[in-house]
Design a protein around this ligand. Structure first.
Ligand SMILES: [Zn+2]
Length: 385
């Protein structure tokens, strides 16, 4: 890594926003031509980098730049929204810092393994830091502190003046120590299962309100709504306390009316099978379906009898044995049971109901349909919220 660092080469991989990779011929000391890569500035992307630094400095926060960039419709190289994580990783990347005397002093002070002389920090080029991240198998990337970096001045131009880049690092460190871990809601049952009609996940958040018994009320909020500050999605939050209970109650009801529900399920599967597969497969498949349905029957029965006695963790996994996904449209929750493929699921349109008076009239189960293997159960919990 030291040898590579000294050559100041770009080692390949995803180039940082602001640059592309460019091939250059290099002649080594023994006269052989060698191919190497260096980073080349992309002016339009460099403007995005400057904007990200400006926004961070203006707001002293990572969430404000995130929603500002969304509003402006500015996306990453891969056409995704910038997240606070991608913004932070840009702010922390020393590749953007111009290599001048201030940068040199900073890198010496931070005890980096420096492979260029002071005279190389001539305010023309920028640095590359190797060994900045570590990724252990199956784990998220962790960023290593500067004293682990192997640094060299390279042949690409910097984008951010060193003084600004360094002050942003100080600010990020300050904010890190201030930051508290978001209190993880350990009551919410639908985390990971609940989706907004816009297709994004909804996650639980403790609200300031409390129930009559003084229990904290949590709400489920659409991630896109929160991140875009309502500019890209403005659907209604769901009351978590109420929705979780309502979903459980609805699943219990499936057991109560299993005569009709399971029968319908069975019928639909037979129909489905008859139309799709050859005769021999049909028999096997029908037998398999029969056992699936027996399992379903047992699951529903166990669910109904024991759910109330379960711990939160057990409830979560019990719900996951039956429910593939829950879509909240602002008024109704649509429960999609097992067997549904992700792309088969049509998100229900945003509910027609604009006020609670209308919605409350249909407080009970609204529809119960099945197409192919998707079994949906829709209901409204609006009155309760
Ligand atoms: Zn949404």
């Amino acid at each position: 890594m030291h040898e590579l660092a000294k050559t100041g080469r770009w080692l390949g991989g995803t180039t940082p926003t602001g640059y592309s990779s460019e091939s250059v011929q290099k002649v080594t000391t023994d006269g052989k031509a060698k191919k190497a890569c260096k980073l080349k500035l992309i002016p339009e992307e460099a403007e995005i980098i400057k904007l990200i630094f400006d926004l961070y400095i203006e707001y002293d926060s990572l969430t404000a730049p995130e929603s500002e960039l969304m509003k402006l419709g500015i996306k990453t190289k891969n056409n995704k929204h910038f997240t606070r994580f991608s913004i932070k990783s840009i702010l922390q990347n020393p590749v953007y810092m111009t290599a001048d005397e201030t940068a040199y002093n900073y890198l010496v002070k931070e005890n980096t393994d420096l492979n260029s002389d002071k005279k190389d920090f001539d305010d023309i080029y920028a640095i590359m830091a190797y060994n900045r991240t570590r990724q252990e198998k199956g784990k998220a990337v962790t960023y290593l502190p500067p004293d682990k970096w192997i640094v060299a001045v390279c042949l690409h131009p910097g984008i951010i003046p060193s003084k600004i880049w360094i002050s942003v690092q100080d600010s990020l460190n300050r904010n890190k120590s201030k930051a508290y871990r978001k209190p993880r809601n350990n009551k919410a049952l639908l985390t990971g299962l609940l989706y907004c009609t816009c297709g994004n996940r909804m996650y639980p958040k403790i609200s300031k309100q409390k129930t009559a018994n003084g229990k904290p009320i949590y709400i489920y909020v659409c991630k896109l709504k929160e991140r875009s500050k309502r500019t890209l999605c403005n659907s209604k939050n769901a009351n978590g306390n109420t929705l979780d209970v309502a979903v459980i109650e609805q699943i219990k009801l499936l057991e109560d009316d299993k005569g009709s529900f399971i029968d319908q399920l069975e019928q639909s599967r037979k129909f489905y099978t008859r139309n799709r597969v050859a005769y021999e497969d049909q028999i096997a498949s029908m037998q398999k379906n029969k056992s699936d349905i027996d399992v379903m029957r047992q699951l529903l029965s166990v669910f109904k009898d024991s759910i109330d006695e379960m711990t939160v963790e057990q409830k979560r996994s019990a719900i996951r044995t039956l429910v593939r996904k829950v879509v909240w449209d602002g008024v109704k929750a649509h429960i999609i049971l097992f067997g549904a493929q992700d792309d088969d699921i049509e998100y229900p349109p945003l509910s027609q109901f604009s006020n609670e008076t209308n919605a409350a009239e249909d407080d009970d189960i609204l529809t119960k349909t099945h197409r192919g293997e998707d079994i949906k159960r829709d209901f409204t919990v609006n009155r309760l919220i």
